[in-house]
Design a protein around this ligand. Structure first.
Ligand code: PXP
Length: 247
């Protein structure tokens, strides 16, 4: 059974569009509350909750993360940049896992995998700190063998393969080629003893193919679930995705 991590960033995006000064406060007119979204996701079967605390705080706020830590009953996965400030934050927060992602201020969302080959020492420092603290590190990387191999060497237990290039590729040969990259990447990760997760751009249509990737442990899905929830509610959106993931 493939597990579902629900990424609630874009629930916070909607709140920040109107209440940027609220800094993650809840109640009164300030809505929607991402923590309520997380709790509703859990009730509908989410296996974990993911948030990305970005340096520019464009969606999730610090207070959201602390409230989640207190209130959710599944696993909290904190996506973060590979910086000393975020490392310090994570060591205080003690989430179940952290997922190291690249951050570029101009991007609309996380656009490519973390280049761990080019940032080896920075990644090593965070992985070592998390291993010592008993927090699992996941590396959000493109499905390329050198990145995956180095991830294993640095001692990270998990990888999250970036499915964005696959999701954005045109149907037909370009998409088939990206799927093949993911398939090979998942096999390489598994052979190296890594837990293989995947995420970015997964939706109610492409899940039919994504779920056939080998060795998948968990998928992190955000935008499509938040979007679907606008029409049928959070519970239906989460249940339908879980049903399609494990059809
Ligand atoms: N996984 C990671 C590491 C991400 O950065 C994101 C998006 O921020 C997701 C999964 C979820 O992507 P989407 O919102 O497209 O489902």
């Amino acid at each position: 059974m493939i597990l579902l991590g629900v990424n609630i960033d874009h629930c916070a995006t909607v709140r920040q569009a109107r209440y940027p000064a609220a800094r993650g406060q809840e109640g009164g007119a300030v809505e929607p509350d991402p923590v309520e979204f997380a709790l509703a996701s859990e009730r509908a079967g989410a296996d974990g909750i993911t948030v990305h605390l970005r340096e520019d705080r464009r969606h999730i706020q610090d207070r959201d993360v602390w409230r989640l830590r207190e209130k959710i009953s599944t696993r909290l996965n904190l996506e973060m940049a590979c910086t000393p400030a975020m490392t310090e934050f994570a060591l205080k927060l003690k989430p179940y896992s952290v997922c190291l992602v690249p951050e570029n201020r101009a991007e609309i969302t996380t656009e490519g995998g973390l280049d761990i080959v080019g940032n080896r020492e920075r990644v090593r420092a965070v992985v070592d700190a998390m291993n010592t603290a008993g927090i699992k590190t996941s590396l959000f990387i493109d499905p390329d063998a050198p990145q995956i191999e180095l991830g294993a060497k640095l001692g990270a237990p998990w990888i999250e393969l970036h499915t964005g290039a696959y999701a954005n590729a045109c149907f037909g040969q370009p998409r088939a080629a990206e799927f093949e990259r993911l398939r090979v990447g998942a096999n390489v990760g598994h052979q190296l003893g890594l837990t293989v997760n995947a995420g970015h751009g997964i939706n109610y249509v492409n899940i039919a193919e994504v779920r056939t990737l080998p060795h998948l442990h968990e998928l992190n899905i955000g935008h499509s679930i938040v979007s679907r929830a606008l029409f049928g509610g959070v519970a239906e959106a989460v249940r339908e995705m879980k049903r399609l993931m494990n059809a």
